[in-house]
Design a protein around this ligand. Structure first.
Ligand SMILES: Cc1ncc(COP(=O)(O)O)c(C=O)c1O
Length: 403
């Protein structure tokens, strides 16, 4: 009799996190007494705002009840105020609160695509975009951006070459994970025109909005592109903004009411986003602007330190990232995964080593990004300087071994 207890094709196709794939090597190094500096994950070490932490501490509820499926009304109203302060004029009715930006992406995929439909994404991209595509049966179609160009948006022609009758949307993160790119006025205008000319949605993942480090660099929200009010979809999250990744609160913002009504039905099926975390996220909105100013200054110092150190490593290509807290760099190695494993298995300096994330996992094109790694500058400047020194020495040792 045929075995009915099988694992679904979707289950088999679902990619394991490429960021976590090499964790067993790091664990093995740690069990040998080696300290690992983690530049491979996007877990910020910055403190969550005091206002948010206080809300958790002072929670005064007798029952942790379900809330509205689209999010708590007090939170939604306050959130609309946050966007207004950032120059994004939207109504509370344009917001649907989700369980993290992750659920926002899943809801959006499901609301605008049928299985087999396509979403175009500039690569390298946030890996879970591909995971959510497997869950929903959607095809991700990559358009490749290049390290040498600072991961600027590929040309209109390159996008148009990928548009088919199944294309429903263009999705991008801005500021970008893993590249740190922040799209210019011209790049945003190109995306706007593409959306109009080819009748597509434009989905902007702006979870790193607050993380931009130079005065001359301006963040341009998809919600402020004119003439695409019904096409623009913003995905957002408190995870990075308030260094509150465990709070699991995100949202979808769109002026397309039909779309919000649809995502609300998905929201109803999972009942509600977390009640307690929304209360805390609402309190986080009271954090003063000085909170962001301090966080930005901290990351700016880290970025500058990292760029300076990378510029000093022969054969390494890194354009200065403008936002988020990542960069993708080209290394003078053939296979960045092998180099990453070498750093964990064979290399140490005074029983310390460093872990980066091989960038191939951020590409959908097979073989792309093989000699690149993503570095997350989520360590304090002292530790980051030490990690950069080890990366430099590690490259020298690896090249000597290869020779
Ligand atoms: C670009 C991007 N979008 C979405 C997410 C997911 O955010 P959340 O923790 O809100 O699910 C992340 C998390 O790293 C991210 O980097």
């Amino acid at each position: 009799m045929a075995d009915k207890m099988t694992i679904s094709t979707r289950g088999k196709l679902m990619p394991a996190s490429p960021i976590r794939k090499l964790v067993p090597y790091a664990d093995a190094a740690k069990s040998r007494g080696i300290k690992v500096y983690h530049l491979n994950i996007g877990q910020p070490d910055i403190e969550t705002p005091a206002e948010m932490l206080a809300a958790y501490r002072n929670l005064d509820l007798k029952v942790i009840a379900y809330g509205p499926s689209g999010g708590r009304y007090d939170y939604i109203r306050a959130l609309a105020g946050y966007y207004r302060k950032r120059g994004i004029e939207i109504e509370p009715a344009d917001i649907l609160v989700t369980t993290g930006g992750s659920e926002a992406l899943l809801f959006v995929y499901q609301a605008i695509c049928d299985p087999g439909d396509e979403i175009i994404i500039p690569e390298p991209f946030y890996t879970n975009y591909a995971g959510f595509a497997v869950i929903t049966g959607i095809k991700i179609v990559p358009v490749t951006a290049k390290a040498e160009d600072g991961f600027a948006l590929p040309s209109r022609t390159e996008f148009e070459a990928k548009i088919t009758t199944r294309t429903r949307a263009i999705l991008f993160s801005n500021p970008g994970n893993p590249t740190g790119v922040v799209y210019t006025r011209d790049e945003m205008e190109m995306l706007r025109r593409l959306a109009i000319d080819h009748n597509l949605y434009l989905i902007a993942d702006e979870v790193y909005r607050e993380f931009i480090y130079d005065k001359e660099v301006e963040h341009r929200s998809v919600m402020n592109l004119s003439g695409i009010e019904d096409r623009a979809i913003l995905v957002d999250s408190v995870s990075k903004r308030y260094s509150a990744c465990g709070a699991r609160v995100g949202c979808i913002v769109t002026r397309n009411r039909k779309l919000t009504a649809t995502t609300l039905k998905f929201g109803q099926a999972r009942l509600c986003p977390p009640t307690v975390d929304q209360i805390a996220a609402c309190a986080a909105l009271e954090a003063p602007d000085s909170y962001f100013a301090e966080v930005r200054e901290e990351y700016r110092q880290r970025r500058d330190l990292m760029c300076k150190a990378l510029a000093d490593m022969p054969g390494v290509i890194c354009r200065k990232p403008m936002g988020a807290f990542y960069t993708v760099v080209k290394l003078p190695v053939e296979d960045a995964e092998k180099f990453t494993i070498f750093m964990l298995e064979d290399f140490n300096q005074n029983n310390e080593t460093v872990m980066v994330a091989p960038a191939a996992g951020f590409y959908a094109t097979p073989g792309a990004g093989k000699n690149e790694v993503r570095i997350a500058y989520v360590l304090n400047t002292g530790d980051l300087a030490r990690a950069m020194e080890m990366l430099k020495q590690g490259l020298v040792a690896y090249q000597a071994k290869q020779a």
